[in-house]
Design a protein. Sequence first.
Length: 149
Amino acid sequence: MPDLLQQLRAGLTTHSAEETRSLAERLAHVLPRNATLALHGDLGAGKTTFVQGLAHGLGIQSSITSPTFTIFTIHRGPIASLVHLDAYRLENDRQIDSLMLEDFLITPYILAVEWPEKIASWLPETAWHFSLGITSEQNHFVRLDKSAA
Ligand SMILES: Nc1ncnc2c1ncn2[C@@H]1O[C@H](COP(=O)(O)OP(=O)(O)O)[C@@H](O)[C@H]1O
Ligand SMILES: [Mg+2]
């Protein structure tokens, strides 16, 4: 499956939300069980859609939504648990420290972060950075910009 990572590094266009989900689902199968994913992209780019696919790939049954009132949610799964963090409303490093998320930087927790720019200095050096965006209407792109592997 290293093919998938190569394709992601080159950048992939998806033509529906479902296609973005299945892409993320395939990625979930090759991710280390302690991976941190920094999902960069504007509102509507497909970050949450991508996390839905990750969850599915990890065998997680609970539904993934945009956390409006919560900063993060934990979804337990049989392979790994998925921690979904929306950093949008975080203002500074102290706020992220108070969440004590360090506990989720280890196996078997996969941490997926929306608006990672907000907590850039907190993110581990080994984080996988993705850019997501809209090309046109249903066409969105996903690109892996940096990964530890
Ligand atoms: N190819 C695509 N990939 C991802 N989402 C798409 C695509 N085409 C249309 N969409 C729609 O775009 C929206 C993306 O929203 P969302 O995943 O919540 O974005 P974000 O979390 O980045 O704000 C969803 O309504 C989704 O159905
Ligand atoms: Mg979102």
